[in-house]
Every structure is written in C-alpha cells, then in structure tokens.
Design a protein around this ligand. Structure first.
Ligand code: ZN
Length: 201
C-alpha cells in the first residue's frame, strides 16, 4: 500500500500496544515531518498531518513549501545534520545523527536541542486543539528520542493549557523505524479483512 508514512506509522503503533494508549499523536520524521492522530482508539483520517509546515519561528528561513520558519527547517533529519555541517550522509540520517552524538559532536547536540524546541512548539500547538495525553516519537525520531524528549516536554509544559492538570507523556514509538512498512502491511491486510468476498471470488 502507498500512503503517507506518518499515517502508516500511526496505524501500526495503534495495533502495536496491548493495550496501548487510546488517545495519542505519533510524530514521524523519516522524510517530511508528519503527525498522525488517534482519538478513542480510531485514527483520524481527515487529519492532513503536515506538522513539518507548522510555523515555529516567524523570522526563520524559507522552507521548501515557500513559507518561512516551518518546523521542517529545524527538525527535519537532513536539516539537523546540515545544521551540524553534514550535508550528504552515507547512511540513513537518523543513524548518521546517532553516530555523531556517540562521538560527542557539540554541533549535533546543539542542532538536536534546537530541533527538540521546534518540535515542542509545533506539538504544543496541536495538543492545544486535540485532547491526547501521549506523544509517540516514530520513524527516525524513535532512535533519537533520548536527545529530544526533554526539550519537547519542556515546551509542552509551558505551552499546553491542559498539561498543567493532565501531564503529557512523550516517548519513543514501540515499533521504531519499521513502523511505516508494518503499517503498510496492516493496511493491505485490512483491505482483505473488510471485503473478503472480493478475494475469494
Ligand atoms: Zn514549510
């Protein structure tokens, strides 16, 4: 099945937990930054999910979409690497970032801190509109959660009104970087489950 990777990741994370959270946002950063929303156990299909193009700094750089100050410019995996001076990674961007963190590169830690702040601002905007208490970091972000969670939680605490009475949990998604392909497989299986006669005829 071909679909948005954040939407597919969200679908797989919904079925991964037993039982998992019933209300959550899954933020995925494999290509563009996307976000899937699950409310009362159901994926919200009307959600466009383009979290990467939420503005986090009105004075920020021009984005590929033509607007300025988008989250993508700060927290896209390739943009995090570029901010630390690495433009063409030989491996997957999240793996390259992880290797630089292990080598204690100050530039990558600074870029990750900036990314976490941007993610926290954009996620807070979303959480002020929809009632969820869990944020899952999916795709490449699941590998980098140790360096992102604290900054995201700081912004959520300061910006989300309901977080003062209901704390929001931010954590890596259980299925990690494979979530999108697992979600695609689940989507294909679901097509058969919903209309088995079509496949038996
Ligand atoms: Zn944009």
């Amino acid at each position: 099945m071909v679909a948005n990777d954040a939407a597919l990741s969200t679908l797989s994370e919904l079925y991964a937990g037993s039982p998992g959270p019933r209300n959550f946002v899954c933020v995925s950063g494999e290509f563009d930054i996307g976000a899937g929303i699950v409310l009362d156990g159901s994926p919200q299909r009307g959600n466009r999910g383009h979290l990467g193009h939420v503005m986090v700094d009105s004075t920020g750089p021009t984005c590929v979409c033509g607007a300025s100050g988008c989250l993508q410019s700060y927290a896209g995996l390739r943009e995090i690497l570029a901010a630390a001076g690495h433009h063409e990674p030989a491996e997957a961007p999240a793996v390259a970032i992880d290797a630089l963190v292990s080598a204690e590169s100050p530039a990558i830690l600074q870029a990750l801190d900036r990314a976490a702040t941007g993610l926290g601002i954009a996620i807070s905007a979303l959480l002020n509109l929809v009632e969820v208490d869990t944020v899952l970091l999916g795709g490449g972000y699941s590998l980098l959660a140790s360096w992102l969670v604290e900054g995201i939680e700081r912004e959520v605490r300061n910006r989300v009104l309901s977080a003062r009475r209901t704390p929001v949990q931010v954590r890596p998604a259980p299925l990690g970087p494979d979530a999108a392909v697992i979600g695609a497989a689940l989507n294909a299986i679901d097509t058969v489950r919903r209309n088995p006669n079509r496949w038996l005829a």
